[in-house]
Design a protein around this ligand. Structure first.
Ligand code: ATP
Length: 297
């Protein structure tokens, strides 16, 4: 354990499980919109200090689950805890622990990067005397110092996403939640966003919960992943464990002729079965891409 710049004790090795409650626990979580059970009995534990990927196609229920965890939606059935706190009983205690980057644009195009981050520092009650330094630190953490005094409308898509990351980081959250952080970005910008997430995680030991459609990114950057389909987790483990598990199932069933080693996307198709065909059939759904194009346009 060491101290981060804010003086908070941190653990650098996510496999070295810290004492205390998990960062997030969901047990039997249900949330329905009318007759649609968007989240349908979700069981999930996110350990302190890990990068956990919640993966699944459009409509799997990822955003709804995230909104229950972040207190933006109620928990009608089941249980949610964030570092042991019940969002229903102590909403502010949960909110103080969180940094949240939603899918929708959360930066104001007319304000500069610094003004945007300062706004979040005020909303999250960063003490006035520390504010300027904390804002500068958050902008530096995402490599936006040079662009800090330009209006956000002059930023590229990747820069906007990094600005939103700085907004979420300025309150020094213990849990950073990112909903589709890289959707719609080109491969170089996607890598940049992940490198900054990882650098901040390594420096602070914060827990990261991320949703994504991009199985390749999850494979590369997440410590553990949960594959979500129709409102619940269908497979859970490290990417290597999940790929290995499918390889073993294929061997046991004599399906070795399927050739190349399985990818995470193969694992998803295996656990979701024909259900995947009910969705767009592809993880990179037009709807979300369009939403992001709109965000940064
Ligand atoms: N506000 C709402 N009103 C009605 N139905 C909703 C609402 N929000 C989500 N849903 C429905 O709940 C289901 C799960 O949606 P959700 O957005 O949680 O999935 P997701 O996995 O995050 O997908 P996406 O990647 O498209 O955001 C979908 O069938 C969706 O249409």
């Amino acid at each position: 354990m060491t101290d981060d710049p804010t003086g908070r004790p941190v653990a650098h090795d996510p496999t070295d499980r810290p004492a205390g409650p998990d960062a997030v626990t969901c047990t039997g979580l249900v949330h329905a919109f009318g007759g649609t059970r968007a989240v349908d009995g979700l069981d999930l534990s996110v350990r302190q200090g890990e990068v956990f990927g919640l993966l699944g196609p459009n409509g799997a229920g990822k955003t709804t689950a995230i909104r229950c965890i972040t207190t933006l939606l109620p928990v009608p059935a089941g249980m949610v805890r964030v570092f042991g706190h019940d969002p229903a009983a102590d909403r502010m205690a949960v909110r103080r622990l969180l940094g949240y980057v939603p899918q929708q644009l959360s930066a104001d195009a007319a304000l500069t990067g610094r003004e945007n981050v300062t706004l979040f520092a005020r909303v999250f009650d960063v003490p006035r005397r520390e504010r300027a330094a904390r804002v500068a630190q958050a902008l530096a953490a995402v490599d936006l110092t040079d662009a800090a005094d330009r209006p956000a409308k002059t930023y590229s898509g990747g820069m906007v996403r990094r600005l939103e990351l700085a907004q979420a980081l300025v309150s020094a959250p213990r849990l950073l939640i990112l909903d589709e952080p890289t959707i719609g970005l080109d491969p170089i910008a996607r890598t940049g966003v992940w490198e900054h997430i990882n650098a901040v995680r390594a420096a602070t030991g914060m827990t990261v919960l991320v949703t994504t459609h991009y199985m390749d990114e999850a494979d590369q950057y997440c410590d553990r992943v949960g594959l979500m389909h129709r409102g619940r987790i269908r497979a859970l483990g490290t990417p290597a464990e999940l790929r290995q598990g499918l390889a073993e199932r294929r061997r046991a069933q004599g399906r070795t002729a399927e050739g190349t080693p399985p990818t995470l996307e193969d694992v998803f198709r295996d656990v979701a079965g024909s259900g995947l065909d009910d969705t767009s059939g592809d993880f990179r759904d037009v709807r979300s891409t369009r939403r992001t194009a709109h965000r940064v346009g």
